[in-house]
Design a binder for this molecule. Structure first.
Ligand code: NAP
Length: 326
């Protein structure tokens, strides 16, 4: 019997490709870039499974192009705002993601951004490299203390809870929001469930860990930024459009908040005009999960989801279990 056909939309770590290749005929996008819509439509045609990226717009037309043989689109990410899940379910295609394996790496990056902004690491690095450092002085480039402050976690799910544990290690008080309270998380960390406005008013640092959905689009806008302390720092490692970036740039210029650490952007990879010129921001190019270990584990998880679906089983990280009960 012919091996099942799997299309991988961008080269991923070898261990994951090896696992897939031991059971399947695998084609990998040879270009080191995301496919455009027309290329994606052509590439997925007649596949049994597709391993896709958060940069791929998996819309109804792409799912239709894959055709009736296709059992699964395995997203190489935990977020799945790039996929039309309802369409996939209607077409009997499983959608999976890569939860948990990237939580530590993403929380670490969020904490790195927090430390970088609070302690002016990026600004200080640029200053020193530019040859401007003339020696120590008592009031020079003062930052904000991190230890012992109040951390506000918006979206206390997998990554948010890991971020909270990082904050506990810095002796911080914890406030959080989610769609519902988390008694176990509260018992383990002493975190307090509050409404969003209370969190914004009381937290020294606000870290975003919600998925991008219609309900979280521009969750942080002009009104929310005005509620924050002037000394506060906003960290976004979730998705760019959770923050109204125009309002954020205006708030940073006006000094309404102290600074921001951003790993994700509304119009990725474009930056909001004015953002890159600001000294009180640290920006990274969507690096949340980008460690050798995590990207390998994400690939292995996506590959295992594909192999399970091809065996006729429900994949372990399925987001639409009803897909093949139609
Ligand atoms: P998760 O476990 O599903 O956690 C999401 C949290 O957000 C949950 O606590 C959920 O509340 C809460 N939430 C959802 N809608 C909300 C709303 N409208 N208001 C307040 N809270 C809301 O997801 P995760 O694994 O932690 O990942 C979170 C997101 O991080 C992903 O969706 C992805 O977009 C992003 N991410 C980015 C990177 C990067 O490279 N920068 C890497 C990984 C992930 P309940 O628990 O009550 O449902």
């Amino acid at each position: 019997m012919d091996k099942p056909k799997v299309y991988v939309t961008w080269r991923i770590p070898e261990a994951a490709l090896d696992l897939l290749e031991s059971h399947c005929h695998v084609t990998v996008n040879p270009a080191d870039r995301a496919l455009n819509n027309d290329e994606l439509l052509a590439a997925v045609r007649g596949c049994d499974a597709v391993l896709c990226m958060l940069t791929d717009d998996i819309n109804d037309a792409v799912l239709a192009a894959a055709g009736p043989r296709c059992k699964i689109f395995a997203n190489y990410a935990v977020g799945y705002n790039n996929i039309d899940i309802a369409s996939a379910t209607g077409r009997g295609i499983y959608i999976t993601n890569t939860p948990d394996v990237l939580s530590a790496a993403t929380a670490d990056l969020a904490f790195a951004l927090l430390l970088a902004v609070a302690r002016r690491v990026v600004e200080g690095d640029g200053f020193t490299r530019a040859g401007k450092f003339m020696g120590w002085s008592p009031l020079f480039m003062l930052g904000r203390e991190v230890s012992g402050k109040t951390m506000g976690i918006i979206g206390a799910g997998r990554i948010g809870q890991v971020m909270a544990r990082r904050a506990r290690g810095f002796d911080m008080e914890l406030l959080y929001t989610a769609t519902s309270p988390k008694p176990d998380f509260e018992a383990a960390t002493g975190a307090r469930y509050v409404d969003k406005d209370t969190l914004l008013q009381e937290a020294d640092f606000v870290s975003l860990h919600v998925p991008l959905t219609p309900a979280t689009w521009h969750l942080i806008g002009e009104r929310e930024l005005k509620l924050m302390k002037q000394t506060a720092i906003l960290i976004n490692t979730a998705r760019g459009a959770v923050v109204d970036e125009k309002a954020l740039v205006a708030a940073l210029i006006a000094g309404e908040i102290w600074g921001a650490g951003l790993d994700v952007f509304e119009q990725e990879p474009e930056l909001e005009p004015g953002l890159a010129e600001l000294g009180n921001v640290a920006i990274t190019p969507h690096l949340g999960s980008s460690t050798v270990e995590t990207r390998t584990n994400m690939g292995l998880l996506a590959a295992r989801n594909i192999l399970a679906a091809l065996r006729g089983e429900k994949p372990p990280n399925c987001l639409n279990l009803s897909a093949r009960n139609q």
